[in-house]
Structures are given as structure tokens and as C-alpha cells.
Design a protein around this ligand. Structure first.
Ligand code: ATP
Ligand code: MG
Ligand code: FE
Length: 395
């Protein structure tokens, strides 16, 4: 089966066509990074408006590029679709007329990530998906965006991890551990009590005067820094805890860079007394030391969770799963694989699955893949499917 999937949970408008749960026939992502960069974070109102402008051209582009002849049953995989519109090209927003898919484009269901996210953002994708499903008479499949991040490790490789697995979703909005017994049985077992790790990356980047989003900048600079230069805290929250905390680490970076405020000393908020942001080797050392602290905490928590639940594998998804320090730490060697797939981690002694880099940050292909599992189980959604926000979402 071939599934058209739609994603609009946060600040990426995306659509994809995915066949049999892993063959990505098209993957279109219109990112809004440039719209939110000056605010150093996603502004919900701006995100919602941009989704409205982008949704139809993005879906049309996904359909146009997803019209690949079906595989001929020989088991030979067909060439992957070229990456379309990924980050650099924003789909043309001026084209407001929507042309229905040509009859040559046949697909079996419409999937949409309907939770969790920003309500205004979610509603655009959910409404588009319902409208397409209803007007074309196709089944609708609502999927959980976070579960889809975990499923992203299957894309292109079609290698399903042995379960139960421990899943880690680490992104700008999430840092959470899941017990994955099957793709439809996913339970939250730990999460951040304050900042998400990607959020900490973005805030530390702001402290250091680096661009937004901060993750890729810090990752790049960390490669030439000394991870032992500064002993940042590794918050583990008690011996058995599977929760995370990154806000203290972020503050530790602030103090390392600007000095600790004292009763008489310069206050960090006083611009006149602020030391200049570090540059050169010192900047690289701060980045490497911060990154190492994040990686150490994540590895430790994965180990705890894997032991507690007798996991047979580890799945890592979300924007921070692109991080080279994290990949290298879990994959053992000095160099990080970026192609996705599995490596047996010497630290965890378990196979660790990462998605290919282009499926780390938000995309619709991962939802199209997960929706295939629902399709096979005939778990369809009603047209009354709701958008479910972060706060409504008791997990
Ligand atoms: P959600 O949490 O709902 O998935 P999001 O849009 O914040 O939302 P993603 O698009 O998956 O999540 O990830 C974006 C985050 O990933 C940003 O915080 C960014 O800094 C971080 N990130 C991206 N690349 C890297 C990297 N190489 N190293 C560390 N962090 C990274
Ligand atoms: Mg994003
Ligand atoms: Fe996401």
C-alpha cells in the first residue's frame, strides 16, 4: 500500500508518499526556520499562518514526485525519490489553487500526525488530511508524531528492530524515553522535567552568539573542542530515575561564559559587565564540553532503561538524533554514521538504530511509514479526528 502523509505539528509543513512502510517515494519539507530565527524559537501564530500558505503546494509537490510506478514484486527496491524541497526551497505560496491528484496517482490512505503539537499548526494538517480523505474516498489514519519519530529508523532500510525496544525521542520539544513493545504499543517511561535537549542546544547557542537552530552549530564546533575542558554537571535526578533535566546544564554554560553572579560582583544581566562571548578554541571547548555532558546523560539513561526493561534494541529519533557526538558515543568508533541503520553499541551492548539524517528533524515520511502498520491492522480514524496539543496530552 501507498500512503500520502501530512505533517504540520510544529514549524515544518511536510508531505510524503511512502510505500509499504519504508519506501519513500517523495518527501517534501517546507521549513519555517527563517521565519522564527529572529525570535530564537517557534512563534505559534506565525507557524500557523505559514502552514496555511504552504500546505497545498507541499502536498501537491509530494504527489507530483510520488507518482512512481509500483514495484514489480521482484523484491528489488526501486531507486529512492530525490529529496525534494528539503529545507532550502520553500514551496511557492502564491499558488492557491489546488489540483486534485491525477487518476494515475493511486494511493490507499491519507495519514496525518494529529498529536502532539501546537494547536494552530496541527489543525492545518489535520484539516487538509480529512478533506483529502473525504473527497477522494480514502481511509484516514491519525498517528502520533512522537511515535513516528521512533519509526523513522525503519525508513529506506526496512529493517525492523527487535522488540521490546527502548525509544528515545530527542528534539526541540521532546526528550523522552519510551518502552516500545510494538509499533502500536508505545509507553512513556521517562521525560524531561524542564528543557528538552534540543531546546538546551538552542539556548546555549544563543548564549554563545551562534545561529538558530543551535544544534548543528554546536555539533560542528564541538568536533574541534576538548570535551573535558569544562566539567559541566550531568543531572541524573536520583539513582533509578529515567527523567531528564537540562536547564541546570544550560545555566552552568551561562555562568562558565559570563561568570557566576555574586552579591557584589557583576550581574550577568548587566550588559556593561558582560565579558565578550568566547571565540576560537575556547568556544569550541565550551561546545564540546556541553555536548559531552548531554551525551553522557543520554547514554546513562538509555543504559538504565534498557536494563530495567530487558530491551533488545535502542531506537533514537528527533532532531538531536542527527548529533554526531551522540552517534559516535553510541556507535563506539570515533566517526559517526549518518546513513541510519543499525550498529551494535559497545557501550549499551545492544543494536542501536538511528534514522538517516534527513528523517531526524520533522518530516511526513516517518508518519507515512508508521501509518502503514495501522493500515495493515485496519486501524483507521474517524473524520472527527481531533488535533491534540502538548498540554491536552496526558502521557
Ligand atoms: P518536536 O519536538 O515537536 O519534534 P522540533 O521542531 O523542535 O519539534 P525537530 O525538528 O525534530 O523538533 O528538531 C529540531 C531540534 O533539533 C532543534 O532544537 C535543533 O537545535 C536540534 N538539532 C538539529 N540538528 C542537531 C545536531 N546535529 N545536534 C544537536 N541538535 C540538533
Ligand atoms: Mg522543527
Ligand atoms: Fe518532531
Amino acid at each position: 500500500p501507498r500512503i500520502l502523509a501530512i505533517e504540520s505539528t510544529c514549524d515544518e509543513t511536510a508531505a510524503a508518499v511512502v510505500e509499504d512502510g519504508w519506501r519513500v517515494l517523495s518527501n517534501v519539507v517546507a521549513t519555517q526556520i527563517d521565519l522564527h530565527a529572529k525570535y530564537r524559537g517557534v512563534v505559534p501564530e506565525i507557524a500557523c499562518r505559514a502552514h496555511i500558505e504552504n500546505i497545498l503546494p507541499v502536498i501537491q509537490e509530494a504527489i507530483a514526485h510520488g507518482q512512481v510506478a509500483p514495484a514489480t514484486g521482484s523484491g528489488v527496491s526501486q531507486p529512492m525519490a530525490p529529496e525534494v524541497g528539503l529545507t532550502e526551497s520553500r514551496a511557492s505560496a502564491s499558488d492557491s489553487s489546488f489540483i486534485l491528484p491525477p487518476s494515475s496517482f493511486d494511493f490507499d490512505a491519507v495519514a496525518v500526525a494529529h498529536r502532539p503539537g501546537l494547536v494552530g499548526s496541527l489543525l492545518i494538517g489535520v484539516t487538509a488530511a480529512k478533506t483529502l480523505a473525504w473527497s477522494l474516498g480514502k481511509p484516514l489514519i491519525g498517528v502520533d508524531h512522537v511515535h513516528a519519530h521512533l519509526y523513522s529508523v525503519v525508513l529506506e532500510k526496512n529493517e525492523h528492530p527487535p522488540m521490546p525496544a527502548i525509544g528515545l525521542v530527542c528534539s526541540g520539544g521532546h526528550t523522552a524515553l519510551y518502552l516500545v513493545k510494538s509499533w502500536t504499543d508505545v509507553t512513556l517511561i521517562g521525560s524531561t522535567i524542564d528543557d528538552a535537549v534540543g531546546e538546551a542546544y538552542d539556548k546555549v547557542a544563543a548564549i554563545l552568539g551562534l545561529g538558530y537552530p543551535g544544534g548543528p552549530h554546536i555539533d560542528r564546533l564541538a568536533a574541534t573542542g576538548d570535551p573535558k575542558a569544562i566539567a559541566f554537571p550531568r543531572p541524573l535526578l536520583g539513582p533509578g530515575s529515567l527523567d531528564f533535566s537540562f536547564s541546570g546544564l544550560k545555566t552552568a554554560v551561562l555562568y562558565a561564559v559570563r561568570g557566576v553572579p555574586t552579591k557584589d560582583g557583576p550581574h550577568i544581566r548587566d550588559e556593561r559587565h558582560q565579558p565578550p562571548a568566547p571565540t576560537g578554541q575556547r568556544l569550541a571547548d565550551v561546545c564540546a564540553s556541553f555536548q559531552q555532558a548531554c551525551v553522557d546523560v543520554i547514554v546513562k539513561k538509555l543504559k538504565r532503561a534498557a536494563e530495567k526493561y530487558g530491551a533488545k534494541s535502542i531506537l533514537i529519533g528527533g532532531g538531536v538524533s542527527a548529533n554526531r557526538g551522540l552517534r559516535a558515543a553510541l556507535q563506539g568508533g570515533g566517526t559517526a554514521s549518518t546513513s541510519g541503520g543499525t550498529v551494535v553499541s559497545p557501550v549499551l551492548r545492544l543494536p542501536v538504530y538511528f534514522p538517516p539524517l534527513k528523517y531526524c528533524t520533522d518530516n511526513a515520511a516517518m508518519s507515512g511509514g508508521l501509518a502503514h502498520v495501522y493500515f495493515e491492522q485496519r486501524r483507521f480514524s474517524e473524520l472527527s479526528l481531533d488535533a491534540i496539543t502538548f498540554s491536552q496530552f496526558a502521557r
